[in-house]
Unconditional design. Structure first.
Length: 347
């Protein structure tokens, strides 16, 4: 999406935010939120939520965001929520597909989720789908908001994969449907977590890393140990989200529950703005220091033919015994079409 369009979206979202109101009186409530890494664009949304609820309650309702896996390993945040070790947490679906099988639909390759407005509407709708709700219920969790991950791209070390055939044999960090897509090209998959990727590529145990473009690559300093990047592959994205322990939420006064709902729009605005701002800084760095790989339309068409619909069909077949995977996928496609039509009319 063009920067002007993004700026217009951010302004529109901010305009719909709840108007300032007097301080809401209520009990003192202290929540802890578990995440990994450091404060970055990915966490701009939950940081805004924390600021919002504290300001609206005069500091009586606080959400402290704990970084660097201080409360839990990144792959164990849902376990921590279930144990009530903390009230809120972030998770990424591809860290543990078995823990959130329906959520993996949002990691299927080549879904049209590049537009911020479309992505926001679709993800919000899917988090309410019965299969998604069931995913979280087994962890005594309820979804709060998506991290709106941008499209992924790759940064790598060694010989740049300038053709699709060059991906064969490369050891890549790629999860979910994107991982399935890369495997169809002959790449060897690695499931190292975000916090492990820098060391993996520095030591040569991984050749290429896929992350939301561009913020996550820089957040984990991947650009400092690589020599090439893809700029137009846009193979897909993933779903990372913030969740709340259901019991903790139930104990909140209704006014505080409403505050959490009201906080989402300004939080999404802050999240989008953070992604936009970091791209303005990162792209010039990438272009000046790394070899840029731009694929031809013919290459991209071939990639989609090899690793698009076949991956969708396989995902549906593999999951039909776990939940209504066909319905999840059909709903996802309908929500994308619905959001695209909605925002096309507004533009």
């Amino acid at each position: 999406m063009r920067l002007k369009a993004l700026s217009a979206l951010i302004a529109a979202v901010a305009a719909t935010s709840p108007a300032d109101a007097q301080t809401i009186d209520g009990p003192k409530v202290e929540w802890n939120h578990s995440t990994w890494g450091k404060q970055r664009a990915f966490t701009a949304g939950i940081e805004k939520v924390s600021q919002f609820v504290s300001e609206k309650t005069g500091g009586k309702f606080t959400i402290k965001v704990h970084y660097a896996e201080a409360l839990s390993k990144d792959k164990e945040n849902l376990d921590g929520i279930k144990l009530a070790a903390f009230e809120m947490a972030d998770f990424c679906n591809f860290y543990h597909p078995g823990k959130n099988p329906a959520h993996m639909a949002l990691s299927l390759p080549f879904l049209d989720l590049a537009d911020w407005k479309v992505s926001k509407d679709v993800r919000e709708a899917m988090l309410k789908h019965p299969a998604f709700v069931a995913d979280m219920a087994q962890w005594n969790a309820q979804s709060y908001m998506s991290a709106l991950l941008p499209q992924y791209e790759f940064l790598g070390k060694g010989n740049p994969p300038k053709t699709l055939e060059d991906w064969k044999g490369l050891r890549v960090r790629a999860g979910g449907g994107l991982g399935d897509a890369m495997a169809r090209l002959g790449a060897v998959l690695s499931t190292v977590s975000a916090v492990e990727t820098y060391t993996a590529i520095e030591r040569g145990t991984v050749d290429a890393v896929s992350f939301p473009y561009t913020y996550a690559h820089v957040s984990y300093q991947i650009h400092t140990v690589t020599n090439w990047f893809t700029s137009n592959l846009s193979p897909g994205t993933a779903e990372c989200a913030s969740v709340i322990n259901k019991d903790a939420y139930a104990k909140l006064p209704p006014a505080y529950q409403k505050l959490l709902a009201d906080a989402k729009e300004p939080a999404y605005a802050a999240l989008i703005q953070a992604y936009v701002d970091i791209d303005k800084v990162n792209l010039p760095i990438f272009k000046s220091k790394l070899t840029e790989i731009v694929y031809t339309p013919a290459d991209l068409k071939k990639f989609r033919e090899v690793a698009g619909k076949p991956v969708w069909d396989k995902w549906i077949a593999d999951n039909k015994g776990k939940f209504d995977a066909q319905n999840v996928f059909d709903t996802l496609v309908k929500e994308i079409e619905k959001a695209e039509a909605k925002h096309k009319k507004k533009s």
